[in-house]
Design a protein around this ligand. Structure first.
Ligand code: RB5
Length: 146
C-alpha cells in the first residue's frame, strides 16, 4: 500500500500518479489535497507520512510545486527518509543506498512522463543493505540526538 499526498501545486501530478498506479494495480491511500485550492504542504506531508509510520503504507509519494518544501517537512517526521528527485538515477539509488521511504516530486519542475518513471523505479527498487544500513543507523542516531 502506497500513501499519496500533495499540496495544491502538486495536486495535478498526484492525480496522474493515481491513474498510473491504477493501471499498475498498485493500491494507494490518497491523503489529499483533493483539489487545487491553496493548502499548506507541511500539513499534507505530516498527514501522509503518518500512514508510513503507523505501518498502513510501506512507502509514500509526495508532490508540491518544487518537491522541496514537502520533502523538508517530511524529513522532520522521525523515521521518514524523504528524497526529492528529478532524475531516474537519484530515484533508484535513494532506494538502494538510502532506503528512502518517501519520494518527493516537483510538479512544476518535471513533466508527468518523467515523474511516472521516477515513481516506477522508486517503488520497484530494493534497499541494498550491507554497509548502507550502518549509514541509515547513523541518520537515525542524528534524528534522536537533536
Ligand atoms: C506553493 O505555491 C509552493 O510554494 C509549494 O508547492 C512548494 O513548491 C514549496 O516548496
Amino acid at each position: 500500500m502506497i500513501a499519496l499526498g500533495s499540496d495544491h501545486a502538486g495536486f495535478p501530478l498526484k492525480e496522474a500518479i493515481k491513474k498510473y498506479l491504477d493501471g499498475e494495480g498498485v493500491e494507494y491511500i490518497d491523503c489529499g489535497a483533493y483539489d487545487t485550492q491553496s493548502c499548506d504542504y507541511p500539513l499534507q506531508a505530516e498527514k501522509t507520512c503518518l500512514k508510513v509510520l503507523n505501518g498502513e503504507c510501506e512507502k509514500a509519494v509526495l508532490c508540491c510545486g518544487t518537491g522541496i518544501g514537502i520533502s523538508m517537512a517530511a524529513n522532520k517526521v522521525k523515521g521518514i527518509r524523504a528524497a526529492c528527485c528529478s532524475d531516474y538515477f537519484s530515484a533508484k539509488y535513494t532506494r538502494m543506498h538510502n532506503d528512502a521511504n518517501v519520494l518527493c516530486l516537483g510538479a512544476r519542475v518535471i513533466g508527468e512522463g518523467a515523474a511516472l518513471e521516477l515513481v516506477n523505479v522508486f517503488l520497484n527498487t530494493e534497499f541494498e543493505g550491507g554497509r548502507h544500513q550502518r549509514r541509515i543507523d547513523q541518520i537515525t542516531e542524528l534524528e534522536n540526538k537533536y
